[in-house]
Design a protein around this ligand. Structure first.
Ligand code: BTN
Length: 325
């Protein structure tokens, strides 16, 4: 979509009908530019009602990200974040990794209304939807080296669960290493990428994708069993509030992580792990399944499992955990 498409969508977010003429006048654009902008909207898979003589209407008004609302929800006591919101981006992680190497400051947040090349873990793509998802990345700088960051992705998962609890979603939990599940379905995912020296300093770009209200079309495009906030939260909460709660929880968890490491969060993490002391399948990238008992996680975030051969530590990225079928 081009910038005009986003401006048109913002005007249509009042849920009212607007004629092409009306939109052109309000945006000071030609009718041809409005037509092109509307084409872009439809090409992006966004449904518009169009009624002859009345114009266009968005059947589902968009809850736009808004820096002022996010800052207000963060309140005066949170250490400030450098918050940037873009309409469209390939991947917030990719761009923030580039900005990090160019010196972007600690606590930079890059959020996007729309990601066109969202990335997930293990080389997968990540589907998000305009107005229906949160897709953002956080730059965190550490004095310590990259080896200190091994439990970081688990720590961030814990922050997400805490944020959801603060919104009244107490039943959300974790699946090692860092999927956030609700009723056995994926609600949020985390992609962490790091830069720096082994002895420090280092930095991490923490990418978070959360399903807020996904359309049936978006859900059909995702090759995992997913859920969203709207299936459990009624009335719906603003994405700005959700983002602020995540940042607050992240702030708390990161303070502990920076000072004491993942070991200080290990017990809380295990309490939030939906598969703690459960029998699960471990799946290798080649598709080989093994059944094990989950004993816990260790101080650097490795999963501790047991089977007839004994106890073993599994590192994120090697194997993925599956509920027993
Ligand atoms: C996963 O596979 O579970 C991780 C998904 C992470 C998605 C988020 S959305 C914001 C950030 N930008 C990306 O390209 N990916 C992450």
């Amino acid at each position: 979509m081009n910038a005009h498409s986003f401006n048109v969508l913002r005007l249509l977010s009042d849920g009212q009908f607007h004629s092409g003429e009306d939109l052109a006048r309000l945006l000071n654009l030609s009718r041809a530019s409005i037509w092109q902008a509307l084409q872009g909207v439809e090409a992006a898979g966004i449904t518009l009602y169009s009624v002859r003589g009345r114009g266009y209407r968005l059947p589902r008004p968009i809850d736009w990200l808004d820096a002022a609302q996010i800052n207000q929800a963060l309140g005066p006591h949170t250490t400030p974040f450098h918050l940037h919101i873009q309409d469209e981006i390939g991947s917030t992680n990719t761009v923030l990794m580039q900005q990090a190497s160019l010196g972007a400051p600690h606590r930079t947040i890059l959020a996007a209304e729309q990601q066109t090349a969202g990335r997930g873990r293990l080389g997968r793509s990540w589907v998000s939807e305009l107005g229906g998802s949160l897709a953002f990345s956080v730059l965190w700088r550490f004095q310590q080296g990259v080896s200190y960051l091994s439990g970081l992705s688990l720590a961030v998962g814990l922050a997400l669960v805490k944020a959801l609890q603060s919104l009244g979603i107490g039943q959300a939990g974790l699946k090692w290493p860092n999927d956030v599940l609700l009723d056995g379905r994926k609600l949020a995912g985390i992609l962490i990428e790091v830069q720096g020296d082994s002895l420090g300093p280092s930095c991490a770009v923490i990418g978070i994708g959360l399903n807020c209200k996904l359309s049936a079309t978006a859900q059909a495009n995702i090759d995992q069993v997913v859920t969203d906030l709207s299936s459990t939260l009624s009335p719906p909460v603003s994405r700005n509030l959700v983002l602020a709660r995540i940042l607050q929880a992240l702030d708390d968890v990161m303070q502990t992580f920076e000072q004491k490491g993942f070991v200080a969060l290990q017990a809380d993490w295990q309490a939030a792990h939906l598969f703690h002391q459960q029998v699960v399948d471990l799946l290798s990238p080649a598709g080989i399944r093994r059944t094990v008992l989950v004993r816990g996680v260790d101080a650097d975030g490795a999963l501790i499992v047991e089977d007839a051969a004994g106890i073993e530590r599994i590192h994120a990225g090697e194997l993925s955990l599956r509920q027993r079928r």
